[in-house]
Design a protein around this ligand. Structure first.
Ligand code: KIV
Length: 274
């Protein structure tokens, strides 16, 4: 979405995302897990900040997102919502906190909104969670879907694999996307889907698609921020590194250690004379 011009919203709302799709303006989205980074992403005009359960592998060092708890999500979502002025903050419902029933999904979503200030929630799945989504949206909860590669189902999907390939897969993905739209979702993340299929789903939906490893034809793009900024020691092929944070932090840490060891820090400038 454009940051320039008088149409700049004070606070990004779900209808602004739909208007952006109608105008052909790309939506920008990044993950955020803490206040200082959320503040930077917000100040430079990122439209949507996702407190993703990817904090499991990107913040806590877990091998997957599976161990992430509702308490973890509340904790980090509160840090992000407290730091932003403009961005729409979406919080993930972690594995085990919504699948069992629409009521379970509703109860978890309500906690993320009341205890952490989330503006919207996201969870994984299509037709199998359509009733869950319907209960949320009919209760006034803004919902973002997540299709394609869904990390919480990694064990069923056979690892981190591109989805939507093979017989019937494209039709299933389209049906899932339409089911989420029908149930009231305001947007859908498409993860690791062939670009032509993502383009096709984007075309049939009136709500925006946000791609990650889904090619250039989605209405918006999201990246996991440590991948985007070059902090991760490994990142997927689809994630372009826009910075060299890992190298910068390594260099800064080395310089600090060298100074301490050499006795050149603290110097007079960084000491109290009296
Ligand atoms: O948790 C997350 O960061 C996500 C993105 C990959 C879309 O769901």
């Amino acid at each position: 979405m454009s940051e320039s011009g008088g149409a700049q919203p004070r606070r990004v709302r779900v209808h602004h995302l739909r208007q952006a799709k109608e105008r052909g303006e790309r939506i920008t989205m990044l993950t955020a897990y803490d206040a200082p980074t959320a503040q930077i992403f917000d100040e430079v005009g990122t439209d949507v900040l996702l407190v993703g359960d990817s904090l499991g592998d990107n913040f806590y060092g877990h091998p997957t997102t599976i161990p992430v708890t509702v308490e973890d999500m509340i904790h980090h979502t509160r840090a992000v919502t407290g730091a932003v002025k403009r961005a729409l903050v979406v919080a993930d419902l972690p594995f085990g906190s919504y699948e069992a029933s629409p009521q379970q999904a509703h109860a978890t979503a309500v906690r993320l909104m009341k205890e952490a200030g989330a503006h919207a929630v996201k969870f994984e799945g299509g037709q199998r969670v359509a009733e869950h989504v319907r209960l949320l949206t009919s209760s006034g909860i803004a919902f973002m879907g997540h299709l394609g590669f869904t990390p919480q189902s990694e064990n069923v999907l056979g690892g981190k694999r591109v989805q939507g390939r093979g017989e019937g897969a494209a039709e299933r993905l389209s049906a899932d996307a339409l089911a989420l739209q029908e149930a009231g979702a305001f947007a859908v993340v498409l993860e690791m889907v062939p670009a032509p299929l993502a383009a096709q789903v984007t075309e049939i939906l009136s709500i925006p698609t946000i791609g990650i490893g889904a090619g250039p034809h989605c209405d918006g793009q999201v990246l996991v921020w440590p991948d985007m900024a070059g902090l991760s020691d490994w990142s997927p092929r689809f994630a372009k590194r826009y910075g060299r944070l890992r190298e910068a932090l390594t260099e800064a840490t080395r310089a600090y250690l060298d100074d301490v060891r050499a006795g050149t820090f603290p110097d007079d400038e960084h000491s109290f004379a009296e």
